[in-house]
Each structure stands twice: as structure tokens, then as C-alpha cells.
Design a protein around this ligand. Structure first.
Ligand SMILES: [Zn+2]
Length: 255
């Protein structure tokens, strides 16, 4: 069984992504690479560590991703990554509307607008005194904002306990292996591979798993990222980087 993270309908010209990205566009690609990697890592942890899942696994993976962004990065960096992670869901909403796609209420993932607001709420909830500007800028409705601190505390308790159990700086081996198994000859693909590798290396400093986990950057023929329990492998498809690069060019036209 494969658990797909974000299956997207992408129609890109053959030359898409070859041109340089502005710094702003590159930041967007990097932020989403990080968020997507941690979403997939959640699927891997649920499988490898046999974690209980109460509710939709996809929602749990989104929660884990935004928590890790907050835990692992300094305030300014985590806010920027959270902002662009939300932007990623915003772009998916825009793209679906432009293409006339109806929201996929039947899908295992929440619809992109829900994922957007959940991301904003959970990040805001991590520090409501300091992050009201973040919530305002991203349009978090007041009605939702009231529960974000509580939602975040529950998420911290749930995933925090899991992370505490996995933390072992004195472990005897690296549990994550990284393989770049595709050409990374465009700016977006380079960022995708570099960020994935950097997160794997950072996790190897402290993370201990019951069994090793393979992380592979590969060509898949579609813009996707997924965890495969049968091989205990996260695949980060380079076509997803192409999609993010294209999205960045649309979202940030003036750089
Ligand atoms: Zn997923």
C-alpha cells in the first residue's frame, strides 16, 4: 500500500523550471520541500513506530509537519516556512478554481482550504502573543483563532511524546539514509534535493527509529511525494519540485 501525500494534476511545458528563481521563489520551493518531507516522515513514523492514529492519518501528518517546522527552526525562519506552507495550500486552491475542479470532499486529504487554515492555526497557536500578525496576514478568522492555542497544546502533547521517545543523541547509527536518484538540473529540483538531504542529516543527529528509513529523491512521472510501508521508503519526486517552481513563478511574479 502506498500512502500518497499530494497527488496533483500538473501540466507543465517541457522547458518549465529551467530558468533561475528569484530568492523569494526559491524560499517558497524550499519551505514547501521541508513541509512535504515532514508530512511524509509522519507517515513513516506512524508505520515504523506503530503509532496509534485517532482520526485521519493525513490530518495527523499535516499536524506533525507544522510542529516540526516550529520545533526545528528559529522564530523568523519557522514563520517564513509556515507562511509558505500555507501558501502552498492556497496555491492548490487557486489552481483548482482556475481549472474548474470541484473540491475533492471524498479524498483522504482534507480540502486545500482546510489544510491552509489548519496550518495557520497550529502555527499561530504555538505562540498566540507573538504571532497575531502572522494570523492576521494569512486571514485566520477570529472564530477559529480562539481554539488555536488549545489545538496546538493537544498537538504538542500528542506528537511531542512521540518525539521524546525517539530522541537519542547517543544512538549508535544513523537511521535515515538519503539517496539522490534523479537529475537535479533545475533550480527547483536542486532546492528540493538539498532541503531533503539537509533535513535527513539534521534528523540523524538525534533521531532513533525501530528500523532504518530510506529517503529517495527520484523521478516518478507525477508531482508527488509518498511513503511506501513495504520498503520503508519516502520518495520525494522531482516532478513535485517542478510544480513548486512553477507555483512560485505564479505567486511571486515580481520576485
Ligand atoms: Zn500524506
Amino acid at each position: 500500500m502506498r500512502i500518497f501525500a499530494f497527488v496533483l494534476c500538473v501540466f507543465l511545458p517541457a522547458t518549465a523550471g529551467a530558468q533561475p528563481l528569484t530568492d523569494r521563489q526559491a524560499d517558497y520551493v524550499g519551505a514547501n520541500a521541508i513541509a512535504i518531507f515532514y508530512h511524509e516522515l509522519a507517515h513513516a513514523l506512524i508505520d515504523i513506530q506503530r503509532l496509534p492514529v485517532f482520526g485521519q492519518e493525513e490530518d495527523g501528518a499535516d499536524v506533525f509537519s507544522i510542529l516540526m517546522i516550529d520545533y526545528l527552526f528559529e522564530e523568523d525562519a519557522s514563520a517564513a516556512i509556515a507562511y509558505d506552507t500555507a501558501n502552498g495550500f492556497y496555491y492548490e486552491t487557486l489552481e483548482a478554481e482556475e481549472n474548474g475542479y470541484a473540491p475533492a470532499y471524498w479524498d483522504v486529504h482534507g480540502i486545500s482550504q482546510q489544510r491552509y487554515y489548519n496550518t495557520v492555526c497550529l502555527y499561530f497557536g504555538g505562540n498566540v502573543d507573538e504571532r497575531s500578525e502572522f494570523a492576521d496576514e494569512l486571514g485566520l478568522p477570529e472564530d477559529r483563532s480562539y481554539t488555536c492555542e488549545e489545538e496546538r497544546a493537544l498537538a504538542d502533547d500528542s506528537w511531542g511524546n512521540v518525539l521524546d521517545d525517539l530522541e537519542n543523541p547517543d544512538k549508535s547509527q544513523d537511521f535515515l539514509a538519503i539517496k539522490i536518484d534523479a537529475g537535479t538540473d533545475t533550480p527547483a529540483r536542486q532546492i528540493w534535493a538539498t532541503e531533503t538531504k539537509a533535513e535527513v542529516q539534521a534528523l540523524n543527529e538525534w533521531l532513533e527509529l525501530d528500523t532504518p528509513l530510506q529517503v529517495t529523491v527520484a523521478e516518478c512521472g507525477e508531482a508527488n511525494a509518498f511513503y511506501d510501508p513495504s520498503s520503508r521508503e519516502i520518495t520525494m519526486c522531482v516532478e513535485y519540485a517542478d510544480f513548486l517552481g512553477s507555483a512560485a513563478e505564479t505567486l511571486f511574479t515580481d520576485g
